[in-house]
Design a protein. Structure first.
Length: 68
């Protein structure tokens, strides 16, 4: 049964492009080659490396702003 509310929606839709750019930057840093468009052949391990590093960097940024 599908839920009508998605937990994957952006809180700030205008940030979608910045997050996409950030994803490609992080992928490049961890050595994962992302293509424009479909990346369904990407392994779960590589996708996790990208997402995990994105979260790590966002947390570091938020913590550094809290100490200012």
């Amino acid at each position: 049964m599908a839920n009508s509310t998605s937990s994957n929606r952006k809180v700030v839709p205008a940030a979608a492009e910045a997050l996409n750019k950030f994803k490609y930057e992080v992928a490049s840093e961890v050595g994962v080659n992302l293509k424009d468009g479909y990346n369904g052949d990407l392994s779960s391990r590589d996708a996790g490396r990208i997402g995990g590093n994105m979260v790590r960097k966002l947390i570091q940024q938020a913590e550094s702003q809290m100490t200012k």
